[in-house]
Write a protein that binds this ligand. Structure first.
Ligand code: NAD
Length: 348
């Protein structure tokens, strides 16, 4: 039995990664498409064997309600549209898988959680890294306390972008610049591997003056998160620097280093630990799995077995709270305290 998905937005992620990933899924299949372009709909539907009557526009999106093939709506739209399409989708009686970042504000995230709860539907945020084998292994190593207490994490996610007209460079559509788009991977993955929540953040943002890419959104964001027990996490992200996607956990008796940590593939995991008087460094090889397929099948399993997803709406809400605190700190030039929550106990 496979759970049927409607994909909303036929942009880069849907066409290049998600639709091909369904080919590797065991419990999920694409059964409907939503797009503003009739030509694209026709072409993509034909390619993936989707019925013409299961192709929708943004105008008749709510008609998905009457399509019994569709159990999940997967929102793959610009960030500012996530809240509206999640809420309308839940009201149409469907479970929702929503791309990261969950939305552009805490208020929107709360409204999305509320709408899904009210409709009795599940909500999952597509944090693919939490389904990626190397990153999961790092979390397991941390849980097993293999290197002693963690002290510091450094995480970086940088890439360069070129098109100032793209929605990612418009504040209204993107919500922010490098932070919510790619810096979010540093933020979310560090919370994931530590398994605790930050209590205070300090942030700094910068945009090269005169660069049209960054007239509305930040180019760089550098921030520090302070976790319980004095653990410090230093992160930085930049939209105008050559690709690098990595983190390193420094613990009492060793370190864990993950290169290509946030990439679609090619993760390289290395550890080092004190072994008597010597240092033992290990390169760990894991079989590669399509992380999008693993993530989508996880949600299908939750639906088939009536379980809560591993990365529910509350996970996206918490990241949004932290991002708002980072921006506040950057504006005000001082650290910002976060409300104490023990969220991980609540939903893990
Ligand atoms: P994209 O620009 O390639 O695609 C967006 C789609 O939305 C396009 O088909 C576009 O036509 C459509 N659209 C509808 N209304 C629009 C409007 N008003 N303005 C602009 N486009 C509009 O973007 P993408 O890279 O596919 O990103 C889509 C979502 O997926 C974003 O939320 C992004 O953060 C997320 N994403 C996640 C990952 C991941 O690894 N999980 C990777 C890339 C993108």
């Amino acid at each position: 039995e496979r759970v049927g998905y409607a994909l909303v937005g036929l942009g880069h992620l849907t066409l290049e990664e998600l639709l091909p990933a369904f080919g590797e899924c065991k419990k999920s299949k694409p059964v409907a498409l939503v797009s503003g372009s009739p030509e694209k709909l026709q072409k993509v539907a034909k390619q993936y064997g989707i019925k013409p009557e299961s192709c929708y526009s943004y105008e008749n999106y709510d008609k998905l309600k009457d399509n019994p093939d569709v159990q999940v709506i997967y929102i793959v739209l610009p960030n500012s549209m996530h809240a509206e399409y999640t809420i309308r989708g839940a009201q149409a009686g469907k479970h929702i898988l929503c791309e990261k970042p969950m939305a552009n504000s805490v208020a929107e995230c709360e409204a999305m959680i509320e709408a899904c709860k009210k409709a009795g539907r599940k909500l999952m945020i597509a944090y693919r890294i939490q389904y990626q084998p190397h990153n999961r292994m790092v979390r397991k190593m941390m849980q097993a306390n293999q290197f002693g207490k963690p002290k510091l994490i450094e995480a970086f996610n940088t890439q360069s972008s070129a098109n100032p007209r793209h929605w990612r460079h418009k504040k209204d559509l993107a919500g922010g610049g490098a932070l919510p788009d790619i810096g979010l991977y540093c933020l979310n993955t560090c919370r994931f591997v530590l398994g605790t929540e930050p209590i205070e953040v300090s942030g700094y943002t910068y945009s090269t003056p005169g660069n049209p890419l960054f007239s509305e959104v930040e180019e760089l964001c550098s921030w520090q998160m302070r976790f319980p027990d004095g653990i410090v996490v230093n992160c930085a992200t930049d939209y105008n620097a050559h690709d690098s996607r990595l983190y390193r956990v420094m613990a009492e008796r060793g370190w864990i280093h993950l290169d290509q940590a946030f990439a679609y593939e090619g993760q390289q995991l290395k550890t080092s630990r004190a072994d008597g008087m010597t240092e033992r460094t290990e390169q760990i090889t894991l079989g590669s799995k399509n992380q999008f397929a693993t993530e989508i099948d996880h949600f299908s399993e939750c639906i088939l077995n009536n379980k809560d997803p591993y990365t529910p709406g509350e996970e996206g809400l918490q990241d949004q709270r932290i991002m708002e605190a980072i921006y506040q700190s950057a504006r005000e030039g001082r650290p910002v305290k976060l409300p104490t929550i023990n969220q991980r106990d609540a939903f893990r």
